[in-house]
Design a protein around this ligand. Sequence first.
Ligand SMILES: O=C(O)CCC(=O)C(=O)O
Ligand SMILES: [Fe+2]
Length: 189
Amino acid sequence: MTQLGLFAQGEAGPAGLRHIDNFIDTMTEQELIGHVAALPLQRFQFGAFEGNRRVAWFGYQYDYSQQRLTEAAPIPDWAAPIARQAEAWAGLAEGSVRQVLCTWYDQGVGIGWHRDKPHFDKVLGLSLGTSCKFRFRRRRGEQWQRYTLEALPRSLYLMDGEARSQWEHSIPPVEAPRCSITFRTMKQT
Ligand SMILES: O=C(O)CCC(=O)C(=O)O
Ligand SMILES: [Fe+2]
């Protein structure tokens, strides 16, 4: 079985990481890219040495100056069906996704090492446009334990459990434009 075949089966690498290729078809992918491209995306500064990704938040947004969650515009109608599909695949209750974040990476842009804010619980991500190396790392004594997920366009990942709480993730600069739609549930409602 190929690496990709293994990924398609579900868990691989960090506990709590699940992944599926071809979660959507190419026509849906093109429609979603069109929706994201049409958004008033804003530059997101994430550390001095990172390239600038551009984002649009829905449902909730993390306000870095106030260090808390604030309400954002409602999740748009075009994103709701795909959020429901992602919930169903992850075995989550319908409507449990409360935040949708659309992110655009131009060529050469990535995202540095981080864990998502603790206000959020499960994190699902749909990759669009081009593949990326979705890297994971966690400290093991003096060493870093590492894992790389090849996130193909149209694939979906779920970060839960240790993948969410212990491992950091990052994406090195992408070789061609990529966008993602991430879906987050909340710790407490
Ligand atoms: O683009 C992605 O798939 C993930 C981005 C990410 O890690 C984040 O927004 O927290
Ligand atoms: Fe993240």
